[in-house]
Design a binder for this molecule. Structure first.
Ligand code: SAM
Length: 177
């Protein structure tokens, strides 16, 4: 099965905790296997681990990584690197080529990203050429990559599952006995 990992660049623990947590939750909800964070932040690792344990499926978070080493290793193993940036080639023009590739490392920034990533990426991809958000960009990228199928995936192995309702909230506890 294809591996999809998100690499979060530029995380500042004092400012970006909420946004980086949302990047991780979006990655998990839309079919990525894990997230690498290019700064140490154990609290995000713990928050997302807790959510994955309660709501199901495996999702890893590793913070404090050396991003250039990770990108080189990923490419060395034959994986491809997609850097999401408003300055790139618009998604509809490259998504078929990306889908045909194997494992994918999806890179998103916080503020300005290091210039080297533009050269290291196999594709610099814009989700439209207007500035918006890494969370929105990642969600649309993963949704298009999977052709919308992740919206109907049932997450297995968790403690909780939503029972979809037109009104009110219903969550059921799942027994694994
Ligand atoms: N001017 C910055 C730049 O270099 O793209 C904007 C930073 S933006 C607040 C944070 C991240 O959101 C970017 O690093 C990129 O990953 C993502 N992003 C924002 N707009 C995007 C777009 N239109 N297409 C793809 N990614 C986008």
């Amino acid at each position: 099965m294809r591996q999809i990992v998100v690499l979060r660049l530029g995380h500042r623990p004092e400012r970006d905790q909420r946004m980086t947590t949302h990047v991780g939750l979006t990655a998990r909800a839309f079919g990525a296997n894990g997230m690498l964070i290019a700064a140490q932040d154990m609290s995000i690792e713990k928050n997302i681990d807790d959510i994955a344990r309660r709501w199901g499926e495996k999702f890893f978070v590793r913070s404090g990584i050396k991003w250039k080493d990770e990108v080189r290793e990923w490419k060395g193993r034959g994986g491809k690197v997609c850097h999401l940036t408003m300055y790139g080639i618009n998604l509809p023009d490259v998504i078929d080529d990306v889908r045909a590739a194997g494992d994918i490392l999806v890179v998103v920034g916080a503020e300005k990203v290091p210039a080297e990533i533009y050269g290291m990426a196999d594709w610099n991809i814009a989700i439209g050429n207007q500035p918006h958000s890494e969370v929105a960009a990642l969600a649309i990228f993963l949704d298009r990559l999977h052709k919308g199928r992740e919206l109907s995936r049932v997450f297995k192995g968790g403690e909780l599952q939503v029972v979809p309702r037109e009104r009110n909230k219903e969550v059921r506890r799942v027994s694994h006995e």
